[in-house]
Design a protein around this ligand. Structure first.
Ligand code: SF4
Length: 364
């Protein structure tokens, strides 16, 4: 059986951030225990049991909102169901406000070997406006605690183009993140999603968002500062020290198969993409009664899979093989200065990174 990426969704958070449209719930108590038990049951009765894990990733929500015992029990179920291959990356997202030295030590002992910290900003006013439960000092403390616990692979997530953010403040955020000398940085532009508090505020004109030109300047500043710090931009929004790329996310960008467990988790096996029931109570009761867990199921035809391979693969610095691409389209994009060719592959140029969707559509 071929190795596969394994994702576990932990849907709980201490509170709901203003910009968040993830499948996350500010819930605690019995529902958390019941959902953890259901997730373990789902994993242990997986139809794909026995397939080795190529990577394991706990995301959310806030996985570290769960207790160390909960995290250990779920990871134990994953490891017994999907024996990890040699050197398997085992990551967990972590909110700096929900971790301490003892939790990181327990997680390390359980087998986690990578931590992805959702920092988002180092400015107290920005963090408060986003609705984050942590302050800037907790970010540095969390990195140190992770290092002390033995994590040699640590990522920080930051967001830019936040309400009211100037280029200078973004630069300070980048400086603060780089000073922590983590192995990986993920830098995402804030997007305003429907069904969020920020969406309503934006409709009322109350967000004061940086315009497109400012967003481009912020992105270019991020590319320049990370490069100067020795981080390699291996994906449009992701930067890593040598050999510290996120192996799990590479599986997504390379359009490989992945399994998803937990409420709202998405998986793709062969030509089928599925989404589990999203609400923890619905999910838990379906697991208990043995009902079908999927609330969405999609058959992906070859045209859709090809489009996804192009849209995801072009984001990577390694780019796409030219074998199955139309040469005229490639010439047109080269003429615009958006892609460059390296033997039998093409990749985005720095300018082309601003036109990723247009490039993908032209190649599809
Ligand atoms: S911590 Fe993450 S998942 Fe939870 S509410 Fe905030 S943005 Fe959403």
């Amino acid at each position: 059986m071929s190795p596969v990426a394994v994702y576990v969704h932990a849907p709980f958070c201490p509170s709901k951030c203003g910009y968040c449209d993830f499948n996350s719930y500010a819930m605690s108590g019995q529902i958390v225990d019941d959902t953890v038990a259901a997730t373990i049951k789902e994993i242990r009765s997986s139809p794909w049991g026995g397939r080795p894990a190529k990577t394991i990733f706990f995301g959310g929500g806030t996985p570290t909102f769960l207790s160390a015992d909960h995290l250990h029990s779920i990871l134990d179920a994953v490891i017994s169901t999907h024996p990890p291959i040699e050197g398997c990356e085992i990551s967990s997202e972590a909110n700096p406000g929900t971790v301490d030295a003892s939790k990181f030590k327990s997680m390390r002992q359980s087998g986690f070997n990578r931590i992805s910290l959702g920092a988002q900003s180092f400015v107290p006013e920005e963090l408060a406006r986003l609705g984050r439960v942590h302050g800037p000092t907790e970010i540095g403390r969390a990195v140190l605690a992770a290092r002390d616990a033995g994590f040699t692979n640590v990522n920080i997530d930051l967001m830019f183009a936040l309400p009211g953010q100037s280029l200078r403040v973004w630069e300070q955020n980048l400086e603060a993140a780089l000073s922590l000398n983590t192995d990986h940085l993920s830098l995402y532009c804030l997007t305003i999603e429907p069904n969020t508090r920020f969406y309503k505020l934006n409709l009322k004109g109350m967000l004061d968002l940086p315009d497109d030109e400012q967003q481009v300047s912020m992105y270019e500043m991020a590319c320049a500062m990370t490069a100067a710090a020795g981080l390699d931009q291996y994906e449009i929004s992701n930067f890593a020290k040598p050999s510290m790329q996120s192996q799990h996310n590479l599986c997504y960008w390379r359009c490989e198969e992945y399994l998803g467990y937990g409420p709202g988790a998405v998986g793709r096996v062969g030509d089928t993409r599925y989404t589990n029931l999203k609400h923890p109570s619905r999910y838990e009761s379906a697991v208990s009664s043995g009902e079908k867990l999927w609330c969405e199921e999609e058959r992906l035809d070859e045209t859709t899979l090809r489009l996804e391979r192009i849209m995801l693969g072009i984001r990577l610095q390694e780019g796409l093989g030219t074998g199955c691409l139309d040469l005229d389209s490639i010439h047109g994009l080269e003429a615009k200065g958006w892609v460059e060719r390296r033997t039998d592959r093409i990749r985005l140029t720095p300018e082309g990174r601003h036109f990723c969707s247009e490039v993908a559509l032209a190649l599809a």
